[in-house]
Design a protein around this ligand. Structure first.
Ligand SMILES: [Zn+2]
Length: 450
C-alpha cells in the first residue's frame, strides 16, 4: 500500500495539537495524561503499550513493533515534559496548540512534542503498512528530561531495561538545519559533554570586620572566581569535535572552511577564538567544543556585615569533553586558582561519545539528502546534556535525529526554551516522512541481505 503522506500530515498535526494542550511543564511534569493519550492512540491501532509511572503522575509509555528479530532493536526515544513558558511574552497561548498561518504554536512544538509525534506516526505507519523488518522498533516517550531524566529515561534504564534495550537510539538533539555561511547543514548529535558540578570552598581566619587581615575567605574565593572568569582551561582536540569541524569545513569550502580547520590547531586555536569571541554567533559554542569549561554561578559567604566569615564557597558549572574526567577537570581548575581550595562534587555525569561511521548514520544522511537536496549532514557535539546520558549507562548509543526542514525565520536554537515556540506544518510533515523512511530502510536492511 502506498502511504498517503498528506493524510499522515493531517493526523500528525492533530496529535501535536492535542499534546501541546496537555500542560506537562516540568516541574512538576505531570506527564501521565500525555502518556495515556499516546497509549490510547497506540491501542486503537492494535498495539499493546505499557504506561509506567516512576512517581505519581510521572508517566512513561513504551511500545514495540515486532520485526523478525534477526537484528537487534532500534529505540525511538522522546520526552513528554516541557520547560516553563511565560505566557505574558507569547503571541499565542503556549498551551493552546493553535494553528496560525501554517504554524502550530505551543511550548514543546520543537522541544520535543513534534518529535514525539514523528515517532508516534512512524509506529502507526509501520503497523498499517505491516512493514516487514529485521529489527524490532521500540517507542518510548518519557517523563522528566528537562530536569535530568531521573523519572523518565533514567527510570527506564534502571528498572525496565528489558523493555528498551536496543542497538541504537534516535532522539534529540539534531536533524535541524543551520545556516553555515550560506550553506544549509543538518547537524546530528553524536556526542555530548559531561557534567562536573562542584562546590569550591575557601577557608580563612574569622574576625571582626573592623580589623581586616590577610586571611579573609571571601577575598580568597573572589580572587579565584575572577581568575576562572579570565583564564581558559587548556585546549583539547577530540575525535568527535574533529569530525564535526571537518564536516562543517568541507561543506563550507574556501576560506571560511580553511578558517574553521585552523580552530583545530592547538597553537592557532586559542588566539583565533579570542578574536572571534564577542563577534561571531558560534564563537562561544566553538570555544566550548575545544575546552573543558567552568562557569562560576552561585556564591555564598558570610551572613553579617561586620563579621569576616571563616569560609566562602562558589558553585562551579563544569563541562568536560569526551575523554575527560572529574579528576582531569579538577586538576585544570586547580592549576588556575592555585592551592588551598576544597572541592566537593554536586553532580557528575560522564561525557557521551559515539561514532557517526555506522550504517544507521549513513541512512539518516541518505534520506535527508534525498528530501532536501544539496544539504550536508554533519555529526555534532552537544555542549549541554540530554537523556543520551542515561542510555549510555546501558551501553545504548544515541543519535540526535529529529528531522525538520525549518525555514530561515525559524531559529531552532533561539526558540527552544524561548518565547513563541512554534513549528511549520511543512517541517512536521517533512519529519514524519523522513523519520519513517529512515526507520523503514534501516530496519528492513537485514531482511534484504538474507
Ligand atoms: Zn528536549
Amino acid at each position: 500500500m502506498k502511504i498517503e503522506w498528506e493524510k499522515a500530515t493531517d493526523e500528525a498535526v492533530q496529535h501535536l495539537q492535542a499534546l501541546l494542550r496537555i500542560n506537562t511543564t516540568n516541574p512538576p511534569g505531570n506527564e501521565r495524561e500525555a502518556a495515556d493519550y499516546l497509549a490510547d492512540v497506540l491501542s486503537a491501532e492494535g498495539y499493546d503499550p505499557v504506561v509506567l509511572e516512576s512517581a505519581p503522575l510521572r508517566g512513561n509509555v513504551v511500545v514495540r513493533y515486532r520485526g523478525s528479530g534477526e537484528d537487534p532493536p532500534l529505540l525511538l526515544l522522546s520526552h513528554l515534559d516541557v520547560v516553563p513558558a511565560e505566557p505574558e511574552h507569547w503571541q499565542h497561548d503556549p498551551f493552546g496548540g493553535k494553528l496560525v498561518d501554517g504554524m502550530i504554536w505551543g511550548r514543546g512544538a520543537l522541544d520535543m512534542k513534534s518529535i514525539v509525534v514523528m515517532q508516534l506516526m512512524t509506529m502507526l505507519l509501520l503497523k498499517r503498512e505491516e512493514t516487514q523488518l529485521a529489527r524490532d522498533v521500540i517507542f518510548a516517550a518519557t517523563a522528566d528530561e528537562e530536569m535530568g531524566g531521573k523519572y523518565g529515561a533514567g527510570f527506564l534504564v534502571d528498572q525496565h531495561l528489558d523493555l528498551i534495550q536496543a542497538e541504537h537510539a534516535l532522539s534529540e538533539f539534531g536533524g535541524f538545519p543551520v545556516d553555515l555561511g550560506g550553506r544549509r547543514v543538518y547537524l546530528c548529535q553524536v556526542a555530548e559533554k559531561g557534567i562536573c558540578w562542584v562546590r569550591m570552598r575557601a577557608r580563612g581566619r574569622p574576625g571582626h570586620g573592623s580589623m581586616p587581615h590577610q586571611d579573609n575567605a571571601t577575598v580568597k574565593l573572589a580572587e579565584a572566581v575572577a581568575k576562572l572568569g579570565r583564564v581558559d582551561l587548556p585546549f583539547h582536540r577530540t575525535d568527535a569535535v574533529t569530525e564535526m569541524f571537518e564536516g562543517m569545513a568541507s561543506s563550507l569550502g574556501g576560506i571560511p572552511g580553511a578558517g574553521l580547520r585552523l580552530l583545530l590547531n592547538p597553537a592557532l586555536s586559542p588566539p583565533l577564538l579570542r578574536l572571534l569571541l564577542g563577534n561571531h554567533p558560534f564563537a562561544s559554542y566553538f570555544h566550548a567544543l575545544l575546552h573543558n569549561t567552568v562557569s562560576p554561578t552561585v556564591l555564598r559567604a558570610g551572613n553579617k556585615t561586620n563579621v569576616i566569615p571563616s569560609e566562602a564557597e562558589v558553585e562551579l558549572d563544569g563541562r568536560i569533553l569526551p575523554g575527560q574526567s572529574l579528576e582531569t577537570f579538577l586538576a585544570e581548575v586547580q592549576a588556575v586558582v592555585g592551592p588551598g581550595f576544597e572541592f566537593e562534587p554536586i553532580e557528575i555525569a560522564p561525557p557521551v561519545e559515539t561514532t557517526s561511521r555506522t550504517p544507521l548514520f549513513a541512512t539518516m544522511a541518505e534520506v535527508l539528502e534525498r528530501h532536501d537536496p544539496g544539504v550536508a549532514v554533519v555529526p555534532m557535539v552537544m555542549v549541554g546534556g540530554t537523556d543520551a546520558k542515561h542510555l549510555a549507562r546501558a551501553g545504548i548509543p544515541c543519535y540526535g535525529f529529529s528531522p525538520m526542514c525549518l525555514p530561515p525565520e525559524i531559529d531552532f536554537l533561539g526558540m527552544v526554551h524561548g518565547h513563541n515556540e512554534r513549528i511549520p506544518i511543512e517541517a512536521l510533515a517533512f519529519g514524519v516522512r523522513v523519520l519513517y523512511e529512515v526507520v523503514e530502510a534501516y530496519c528492513s536492511r537485514g531482511t534484504e541481505d538474507h
